[in-house]
Design a protein around this ligand. Structure first.
Ligand SMILES: Cc1cc2nc3c(=O)[nH]c(=O)nc-3n(C[C@H](O)[C@H](O)[C@H](O)COP(=O)(O)OP(=O)(O)OC[C@H]3O[C@@H](n4cnc5c(N)ncnc54)[C@H](O)[C@@H]3O)c2cc1C
Length: 239
């Protein structure tokens, strides 16, 4: 997997601070203080003024489908209709690669798919038809642009240990780039549990979660106030 930063909005901190002042934040406040105000209180719409564009290559088509689930982004992917895939590269999951026999079956399947695709092309079959034999493991190339608000949402979901390993690895690469550019914003961001101070995953949190012992579950927090809060809501509805 290769991840490179193609573009990033320059001067984003002062841009966000200036935009926040338009919305009524005191003009005496400094840019760093305003960023903290926005991130701590989740006044996230001003963060939409900062954009990142990433060039992502040597990822699987399976991962590119997961990436496409993030709708608040602009996506461009390598075309299997217009670009030749003879001798394609592919993703192999790390755990599977360690299993000798399973890795051999996997590699054989890739080799025979490669051979089938090549034969179809040699028979004069158009790329747009031959491509249907290509696997989800096929390497693809991707360009994605996301604003900071959407990136925060992406990191909260995909840095979680429950995310699939390949997209978690991608999120890690992208996060490091974002931290290099805007540490003031991204240092308060990680998975949902860390960012929100409470984990919404509840019982499904696996043992691999590094915060399991220190972050409360959403259930644990909610149970403390829910009955009382529901009575308040009933009162509100009755007025
Ligand atoms: C661990 C894990 C497992 C997953 N498993 C599955 C699965 O089994 N099947 C599957 O299909 N997906 C699965 N997903 C993908 C997931 O359901 C989301 O589609 C994906 O994470 C994108 O998140 P998002 O909608 O918040 O992001 P975006 O699409 O970027 O949206 C950002 C935010 O904008 C708002 N928004 C966007 N579009 C709408 C809309 N139409 N209406 C209202 N609000 C909107 C929401 O607040 C949303 O959070 C999984 C994700 C994770 C992290």
């Amino acid at each position: 997997m290769k991840v490179e930063l193609l573009r990033v909005t320059e001067g984003g901190i002062s841009l966000v601070a200036d935009a926040s002042k338009v919305s009524g934040v005191s003009s005496t406040r400094g840019a760093e203080e305003i960023i903290a105000l926005n991130t701590d209180n989740d006044y996230s719409s001003v963060l939409e003024h900062i954009y990142f564009t990433f060039d992502i290559s040597e990822i699987s088509v399976a991962l590119s489908r997961e990436l496409l689930e993030h709708r608040i982004a602009s996506h461009t992917a390598r075309s299997t209709r217009y670009i030749e895939e003879k001798g394609f590269g592919y993703y192999i999951p790390e755990e599977l690669e360690r299993e000798g026999a399973a890795a051999a079956i996997y590699r054989d399947a890739m080799a025979s798919t490669n051979a089938a695709y090549t034969k179809l092309r040699e028979l004069g079959i158009a790329r747009e038809q031959a491509r249907y034999v290509l696997p989800l493991a096929l390497h693809t190339h991707y360009v994605v642009t996301m604003n900071v608000r959407s990136l925060i949402n992406f990191f909260m979901l995909r840095l979680c240990v429950r995310a699939a390993p390949e997209i978690r690895a991608l999120a890690m690469h992208m996060y490091k780039i974002c931290m290099d550019e805007y540490p003031l914003i991204f240092s308060s961001v990680w998975c949902r549990g860390f960012t929100l101070g409470v984990c919404p995953e509840n019982e499904v949190r696996p043992k691999e979660c590094p915060f399991k012992g220190i972050l409360p579950k959403k259930h644990e927090i909610k149970v403390k106030f829910e009955r009382h809060a529901k009575r308040i809501i009933e009162k509100e509805l009755a007025t």
